[in-house]
Design a protein around this ligand. Sequence first.
Ligand SMILES: Cc1ncc(COP(=O)(O)O)c(C=O)c1O
Length: 390
Amino acid sequence: MKRTEKTVYFDNASTTFPKAPGIGLAMADYLDNKGCNVGRGNYKWGYEVAEAVYKTRKKLCDLFQFKEGSDPSKNVIFTASVTEGLNLVIKGMLQPGDHVLVSGMEHNAVMRPLIFLESQGISFSVMPCDELGNLELEKIEPLIQTTTKAIIMTHSSNVCGTVLPIHEVSEICKKNHLNFVVDAAQTAGAFSINMSQTAIDALCFTGHKGLLGPQGIGGVIIKDALAEEMTGIIQGGTGSRSESFEMPDFLPDKFESGTLNLPGIYGLSKALDYLKEKGPENILKKELELTQQIISGVQDINNIKLIGIPNITGRSAVISLMSSEKDNAQVAFELDKDYGIMTRVGLHCAPLAHKTLGTYPKGTIRLSLGHFNTPEEVEYCLHALKSILK
Ligand SMILES: Cc1ncc(COP(=O)(O)O)c(C=O)c1O
């Protein structure tokens, strides 16, 4: 059964692979044949690139059903990643004395900026989740203080796949006049996120995971009201209002200084076309079928424990396992070395989530499935785990 030439990629929660077909060509086409900047030069190529960037913003508004004024595309702020988007919102929104709520399943992309801001008089409380990662909704409102400004929450755990109830939390935010900031790193592309129905003030996304685009491009879709009260965290050239030493006060320029990642935007645009063609609901369905196959299969394997929800209701295709006999890292090492199966082991940049799940500090072996994985690959992995753990 040992075959080193075979490779199986089960690290899609880190970054998806393969990406959507054609994104490399779209990026190369921009670099080789257009290559100029946007919003800087008034010439034909510049207009063409500006049109492509505008269309990408529009595709994102369509995907997330975002509507705001006559041109919601201006509310799409491009960043390098969801980490940069979350920093932009967290640091731009919060003032000394403010308090926010986060879930017990957050990634360090939320936790580290908040811990950093503690020295500036900004505080946070953790909304508890149970040992499967489910948010305990009834415990949220008692945590709200007079200084609470927002709830910042991941849509799905990057450790165990538990999906958090963004709609219910958005209702709590509405009732208590709080901003709602969602980290959609693990759900954008596969899960339906409808900003017309769910009151999200800032949706932070990354291009290289479920959106099947390249690394280095992400963003925030932000409502006007929140954008108006925020300050930018990076100041510089925008190509607009060059006579002023101050940043423009209109979107997206208020938060987009410096040259955009244009190859990344061309790649993301192509990926968004692919997602539209496939339909996020079909992508999720397939990913969850594979997830079910793993969940059922590991029940027959000795010395391994599934962490998180033991079925596919309320979860994404991220599966965490814990080995009771062998060291987790040894299992992951053997999966890679002897079977060519790539997984991720450890704390996955989310120590808070592991504390919630009771897997801190050891961490877990994470298998994260993607749109291009197959039932044969899952079967092969289950056989490999059986052999390694026998
Ligand atoms: C829930 C969550 N938030 C944030 C991030 C950070 O993503 P990026 O590295 O694209 O900024 C990740 C990546 O693993 C994640 O899973």
